[in-house]
Write a protein that binds this ligand. Structure first.
Ligand SMILES: NC(=O)c1ccc[n+]([C@@H]2O[C@H](COP(=O)([O-])OP(=O)(O)OC[C@H]3O[C@@H](n4cnc5c(N)ncnc54)[C@H](O)[C@@H]3O)[C@@H](O)[C@H]2O)c1
Length: 344
């Protein structure tokens, strides 16, 4: 297929704006032909961002799939979490290639049925794990695989920021039924797949510890997860909507028996055992959403496999659900603080 793929964006809210920017940056590979959202306002906003023009607008993705039929090659799902599985099932049944935001879905029963449906239909499914395209992650992986720091022993993967107070209150992210959990299944999804990617082995054991410090949501707003891999690597995920990344630390830190590599975004540092100063490398900046859209379009056009498909989507979800399950009792010990504590 040499023409741009004809894509329908399902969900025109917050993150779809980054997906749309990726579509605009790769107009030679992908064209948005349809938008679907229950919100008229978000449909208009996204349509305007994409330059207006002949973009069909729908409120119901089933109607869109049936009316547009073979005028759509692929869908890009940017919906609340509980709607991922239903939209995936409908798109796969219609024979469309699928790019779906994280998490793939919210429970393992749905995940197993998605894996089976994708296999049965023989369609392409790409998990939108955009941070796989982060330059620091890719360069660390390359150096680790080349043996630069020896045998890996420990990895920490972090994603922390302060989400404004009330950011999720009363919205779908505050409800376990639509969110499928708390912060870990949302922002925490990224450091989870980054860790698994760097460890390069199956997960053997998982233990979670959750906190809820300042968000009026049913799930946690902060998670700390310990992971042991079958190759002996010890891993840690730390992720939060209630604090910034601890000062002096990095999104990624890997220690091997010969040295260590750490970094964030497009900057990494390598320090060999016995050395006092790490050597810094500044890599070209990459917009991970733009890179992700280009990769998906290439997979559809060339019939190649995406970096992460449904199996990887299922495995990240399994680890996250296990971490939440093992953090038994955290809800009772982490009350929601709706008010600022009194100063005296
Ligand atoms: N990769 C990332 O860094 C990143 C960042 C933010 C969000 N996300 C993911 O993107 C997805 C969407 O998150 P968001 O922040 O854009 O949420 P959002 O609430 O801003 O957008 C969701 C959109 O879905 C629409 N919608 C709800 N029900 C619908 C239905 N039945 N049919 C059609 N449209 C419907 C809403 O009107 C809204 O416009 C989530 O999976 C989230 O985890 C990923």
């Amino acid at each position: 297929m040499s023409n741009p793929i004809r894509l329908a964006l399902i969900g025109s809210g917050g993150i779809s704006s980054a997906h749309a920017a990726g579509i605009l940056a790769h107009s030679d590979k992908v064209k948005c032909v349809a938008l679907c959202d229950v919100s008229e306002e978000n449909l208009e906003k996204r349509s305007a961002q994409l330059g207006g023009g002949p973009i069909a607008k729908y409120h119901d993705w089933r109607k869109m799939l049936s009316e547009m039929g073979s005028d759509i090659d692929a869908v890009d799902i940017c919906l609340p979490h509980h709607l991922h599985a239903p939209a995936i099932f409908d798109a796969v049944a219609a024979g469309k290639a699928v790019l779906c935001e994280k998490p793939m879905c919210i429970n393992l029963d749905e995940a197993d049925r998605i894996v089976a449906a994708v296999e049965r239909a023989g369609v392409l499914y790409m998990s939108a794990h955009n941070q796989l395209f982060t330059p620091a992650l890719q360069e660390m992986k390359r150096r680790i695989d080349a043996g630069a720091i020896g045998k890996v022993r420990w990895i920490r993967s972090q994603d922390c920021f302060i989400a404004g107070k009330g950011a999720f209150e009363g919205k779908w992210r505050s409800n376990l039924k639509s969110q499928g959990g708390g912060e870990l299944i949302d922002t925490g999804y990224h450091p989870s797949y980054r860790l698994m990617y760097l460890a390069g082995a199956e997960v053997a054991a998982v233990r979670g510890n959750m906190g809820r410090f300042e968000h009026a949501i049913q799930g946690e707003d902060t998670a700390s997860v310990q992971v042991r891999f079958t190759n002996g690597v010890m891993g840690e995920i730390f992720t939060s909507w209630a604090m910034t990344r601890p000062y002096g630390t990095h999104d990624l830190h890997v220690v091997g028996d010969l040295g260590e590599i750490f970094g964030t975004g497009n900057r990494i540092w390598q320090l060999m055992r016995g050395e006092k100063e790490p050597a810094e490398t500044v890599l070209p900046v990459v917009d991970t959403f733009t890179a992700q859209i280009a990769c998906f379009a290439d997979c559809v056009r060339n019939g190649t496999q995406p970096p992460h498909g449904p199996q990887e989507g299922r495995e990240v979800l399994r680890i996250i659900l296990k971490a939440a399950e093992s953090a038994d009792g955290w809800q009772e010990t982490a009350p929601v603080q709706l008010e600022e504590p009194a100063l005296a």
